[in-house]
Design a protein around this ligand. Structure first.
Ligand SMILES: Nc1nc2c(ncn2[C@@H]2O[C@H](COP(=O)(O)OP(=O)(O)OP(=O)(O)O)[C@@H](O)[C@H]2O)c(=O)[nH]1
Ligand SMILES: [Mg+2]
Length: 464
């Protein structure tokens, strides 16, 4: 399939980098590109470039439209069609990775007749030219935006065709069932026994269960992919805000030696070992008459309740009867990781060994927000707890659009099963099967409309 327009875009992430790549695809790729490519003040000819397909060409990128000024020394690569990402010819310009430079280059390519690519347009062409199916194309978008290793691995599975293969298999099974129903109508076979009908219903049931399992597994994966909420809580002045600032690497929360400094809760997004988390610093919990502080404390407890992980801080610099302290706070402490803070100025009443007996099974980390002692250990523990031992093997990720179709399949198959149970005529059953076949076709893009494609690819980044 040939698309009239030749499109161009900056394909690397915005910002500075060692290199930045401009990409062009479409029928006029060569005539547009070659205008700017020079060696020893000689423009590279289209023939010469065509003979050097897939080879890196070191050359000048010159502003031949205005004053022949040298824009950059680049590596140019030309990929002749059809064995390319988009299925059409592609040119790549490897500039030095400065955004202003890249925009200058792009500007010239556009003036020479290319059109700015829409978000995801390169991948959309790849799909339209049969280079990949829709689940694989969607997986590229997911892959680029993955925020954790877990999500990345799931995106890779789809990109490498796992969902595509499963969908094709389900589709061919459903088409098979549909054909059987048709045969039944056409010949009204006498030898179609009750057993074979029963067997067909079981096959439909099996496919439906599989789709339900898929939806369930994808919903569970969504929960794991969502940002984990990590809440810091404990009594006033134990160092919650200090730990918040230490973890995010800047002074976000106000720290002071006055108990009750933080009165509201404060949230920050950060990444710990590739896991996206939302960190929440809360108001210190204590008995108080101050109405505003009271509200803050209520919020703290609410935040702690909603957390995926709670860090309960205690102040080891105080002289405290810890056995009594634990009895008072046992419920709060047992569901949390304990952070024994201010270990650099710990009081003699603090005894780490003692704790394992008083609170068995609860993890304790000795920490100093001042010296940084124990921070590596804490981060390691957070990583272990948050990433879990979740293997991607039993999970699959479905985009919302795919879920929508799988739900529709489940509904249709369920109806088909019910109809068969009451021995409805095949003509009616087949309508439901047909619907399911259509829906599964929509999953990997056997059937699509321009509107659907527009929605899918518009969430991509430009240049992909
Ligand atoms: N020596 C030492 N001082 C610390 C440590 N962590 C915090 N502090 C000090 O303890 C005091 C209280 O720290 P904050 O981080 O404001 O405590 P908080 O728990 O947020 O207190 P509230 O917001 O009032 O609930 C400050 O003076 C900090 O400098 C530590 O590990 N060692
Ligand atoms: Mg605070």
């Amino acid at each position: 399939m040939n698309h009239a327009a030749t499109i161009a875009a900056i394909s690397t992430a915005p910002g500075m980098g060692a290199i930045g790549i401009l990409r062009v695809t479409g029928p006029k790729t060569l005539s547009i590109s070659s205008q700017f490519l020079f060696r020893n003040n000689q423009q590279l000819s289209i023939d010469w470039i065509t003979n050097h397909s897939r080879r890196s060409i070191y050359c000048d990128f010159t502003n031949s439209l205005d004053d022949n000024s040298l824009i950059d020394k680049i590596i140019f690569i030309y990929y002749s069609s059809p064995n390319t990402f988009t299925g059409e010819e592609i040119a790549e310009f490897h500039f030095h990775g400065n955004p202003i430079l890249l925009r200058q280059g792009l500007e010239l390519l556009l003036r020479a007749g290319a059109r700015p690519a829409e978000p995801g347009e390169f991948t959309k062409r790849a799909f339209l030219n049969g280079k990949m199916d829709l689940t694989e194309a969607e997986a590229i978008g997911r892959l680029i935006h993955s925020r954790s290793r877990f999500e990345l691995e799931l995106a890779q599975k789809n990109l490498f065709g796992e969902l595509s293969r499963l969908t094709s298999k389900l589709r061919s099974e459903m088409v098979g069932i549909k054909a059987e129903c048709e045969a039944e109508i056409d010949f009204s076979t006498e030898d179609l026994t009750y057993e074979s009908l029963e067997e067909r219903r079981e096959r439909i049931n099996r496919i439906r269960k599989l789709c339900e399992k898929l939806l369930d597994s994808s919903n569970r994966a969504d929960t794991l992919i969502g940002r984990s909420k990590v809440v810091l809580f404990g009594e006033p002045n134990v160092g919650k805000s200090s730990l918040m600032n230490l973890l995010i690497g800047r002074n976000r929360s106000i720290i002071s030696d006055i108990p009750g400094t933080t009165r509201d809760y404060i949230t920050e997004d950060l990444n710990i070992a590739g896991i996206p988390i939302q960190l929440v610093d809360t108001a210190g919990i204590r008995e108080t008459q101050d109405t505003i502080e009271k509200l803050g404390i209520e919020q703290s407890l609410r935040e702690a309740n909603n957390a995926n992980l709670k860090l309960f801080l205690i102040d080891t610099s105080q002289k405290i009867d810890w056995a009594e302290y634990i009895e008072k706070n046992r419920t709060l402490m047992e569901s949390a990781i304990l952070i024994a803070n201010k270990i650099d100025i710990r009081d003699t009443s603090w005894d780490r060994i003692h704790w394992d007996k008083l609170l068995p099974g609860v993890s304790i980390i000795s920490l100093s927000c001042v010296t940084g002692q124990g921070l590596t250990e804490l981060i390691q523990l957070l990583e272990n707890r948050l990433s879990g031992s979740e293997s991607t093997e039993e999970f699959v990720i479905l985009e919302d659009r795919q879920k929508f179709h799988f739900k529709a399949i489940v509904e249709s198959l369920k109806k088909a099963e019910e109809l068969m149970l009451v021995e409805a005529p095949a003509e009616i059953v087949i309508k439901e099967i047909d619907e399911a076949v259509r829906e599964i076709g929509a999953v990997n893009g056997v059937i699509t409309t321009e509107e659907v494609l527009g929605r899918i690819f518009s969430v991509f980044c430009v240049g992909k």
